[in-house]
Design a protein around this ligand. Structure first.
Ligand code: URA
Length: 239
């Protein structure tokens, strides 16, 4: 990555304003490679340099990628006048960065949600042309069977006449549970596809998106940054 001004780099994390960074530097609270930073305009390469504020390492990567285990009851939106959104689960400095959810989950849907401020990557992952598979676990009222499997494989026509791309359906146990794999993301798609088959969804959870799998160690409402390995795999999956 190119050399950047220290004040710009630190302010881009959303933790401090440029004025605050200037103050931190003046007070000797910012170290670059173990040495006190001297001036806000000094330049460094965030991928090479170790930057610390008050003894704590600061990640100045240009973009942030967060894996969130979305709980039910929150909107997949960046803000809403009346209702809580998934952004409310993140600390202030991340909210200030302008993160957005990559694809929406319904308010009552749980599971894997990727949040990032990397616009181009987010949009590519959502593009139907990129065919990034999304796998959902669903519980239905009724039991899915081989006819449903065949219907989804052909492409279900929804109530409004819209035909979906072929999707995979894998019944689990007695068929009241199943896995559904989509390659597109129409509004309420899993619910509408299974409703069109007469098996309304009573619970829905997203398990994966391309190579990204929901971390079983994350409880509902918890999040963590993607690992380097996950990020590399995700970028490679754009085709
Ligand atoms: N399909 C749905 O019906 N709801 C979701 O939240 C995601 C996919």
């Amino acid at each position: 990555m190119a050399m950047e001004r220290l004040d710009k780099l630190l302010a881009s994390t959303g933790r401090w304003s440029r004025r605050e960074v200037k103050e931190l530097i003046a007070r000797g609270r910012v170290l670059v490679d173990g040495q006190p930073a001297r001036r806000p305009e000094d330049k460094c390469d965030p991928q090479q340099a170790s930057i610390q504020v008050d003894g704590e390492g600061v990640d100045c990567a240009p973009f942030v990628y967060i894996m969130l285990h979305k709980p039910g009851g929150l909107l997949s939106a960046t803000q809403d006048k009346k209702q809580a959104t998934v952004l409310d689960l993140l600390p202030e400095h991340l909210r200030r960065r302008g993160l957005f959810p990559v694809g929406r989950l319904d308010k009552d849907t749980e599971g894997l949600l990727l949040l990032t401020d990397d616009g181009p990557l987010g949009h590519e992952l959502l593009s139907p042309r990129k065919h990034v598979d999304k796998v959902y676990y669903a519980r239905v009222d009724g039991r899915v069977d081989q006819q449903d499997v065949d219907a989804l494989a052909k492409g279900v026509t929804l109530g409004d006449g819209l035909t979906c791309l072929p999707a995979d359906l894998e019944p689990l146990g007695d068929g009241s549970e199943c896995l559904v794999t989509l390659r597109e993301g129409k509004y309420h798609q899993v619910k509408r596809m299974l409703a069109a088959r007469g098996k309304p969804v009573v619970y829905l959870k997203r398990l994966s998106m391309g190579p990204l799998k929901l971390d079983e160690n994350l409880d509902k409402g918890q999040w963590r940054p993607l690992t380097d390995r996950e990020l590399r795999a995700l970028k490679a999956s754009r085709g």
